[in-house]
Design a protein around this ligand. Structure first.
Ligand SMILES: C[S@@+](CC[C@H](N)C(=O)[O-])C[C@H]1O[C@@H](n2cnc3c(N)ncnc32)[C@H](O)[C@@H]1O
Length: 278
């Protein structure tokens, strides 16, 4: 006979509804219109909406897009979305956590008021290898994050890598009062679009990140000094001249184009054993 195990009881299930974070519903008609109008959506476009809530964006998007895939984690929201979507055969409501769902294989755009707490995870998914078919996005982000993603000086290697492949543009600040309930901080609309010509090839993403991590170890250092660890003195003279990087210019002040030119020069002229490793 099996011994009775005091730990072998069924785990009690929480009775209350799970408390999903980031449920700040957009209620301001002008901001809704502005967000949707941030990217060009026409009847042949598939739009993925992340965190559809009660559908305040979903159905206005459906008026323009050929196909809408709306993801929502909250079961109650999903039930009401499915009822509303009965009148829209081109809208698919999917329940789940965006982080675990497969992205569309056909070219798609994203329009979303995302939960701020998982901003990096969402961007990692869209802009990384999983997002091969991702084209462009209009996103509401927390204002501070929006500023970090779009500012000129980039100190985060991953952000820098994304910006080699995508254009980031801050469109407008969205006051916290445009949401119910309001979040603790203001938000902003950011447009992201795949570059027609990436500044460095997609397949070099990991190498570029390793290069950026190495260079950004001391952002206030002169870039020429940091580059001495990679290029020989003769190569360095030539590469500074070719990229227009001043001897005194700090790593933090390099433009995106200079980052790309320095990295490509390293691939072209430096022996691989001298490349920074991830
Ligand atoms: C900021 S609200 C936006 C709701 C709606 N789109 C709007 O603008 O009114 C974010 C939504 O994302 C949902 N959500 C939170 N975490 C999620 C996740 N991991 N995957 C999918 N949806 C999520 C929340 O339940 C919430 O409805």
């Amino acid at each position: 006979m099996r011994k009775k195990n005091k730990y072998n009881k069924a785990t009690p299930q929480p009775k209350s509804k799970p408390n999903f974070t980031g449920q700040h519903l957009l209620h301001h008609p002008r901001t809704i219109k502005q967000l949707i109008g941030t990217i060009h959506v026409q009847p042949d476009v598939t739009v993925l909406e992340i965190g559809a809530g009660t559908g305040r964006l979903t159905f206005p998007i459906a008026e323009r897009a050929g196909k809408v895939i709306a993801i929502e984690i909250d079961e109650e929201f999903v039930k009401s979305l499915r009822i509303k979507a009965e009148a829209y055969p081109h809208v698919t409501i999917m329940q789940g956590d965006i982080r675990g769902l497969r992205l569309p294989s056909e070219p798609f755009c994203v329009i979303a008021n995302i939960p701020f707490s998982i901003t990096t995870a969402i961007l990692d998914k869209l802009l990384g290898v999983e997002g091969k078919s991702f084209q462009r996005a209009a996103l509401i982000l927390e204002r501070g994050a929006a500023r970090r993603f779009t500012q000129r000086a980039q100190l985060d290697p991953r952000l820098l890598m994304w910006r080699m492949h995508y254009l980031f543009e801050m469109k407008t600040i969205v006051p916290r009062t445009h949401f119910a309930p309001p979040p603790s901080v203001d938000a902003a609309i950011v447009r992201i679009a795949r570059r027609g010509h990436p500044l460095v090839p997609f397949k070099e993403g990991r190498r570029f990140t390793a290069f950026a991590v190495y260079m950004l170890h001391e952002p206030k250092l002169a870039a020429a000094h940091a580059l001495k660890g990679i290029f020989t003195p003769a190569q360095l003279r030539a590469v500074l001249q070719h990229t227009g990087v001043d001897r005194e210019q700090t790593v933090a002040s390099l433009s995106l184009e200079q980052w790309a030119a320095l990295f490509l020069a390293m691939l072209r002229h430096v022996a691989p054993y001298r490349w920074p490793r991830g």
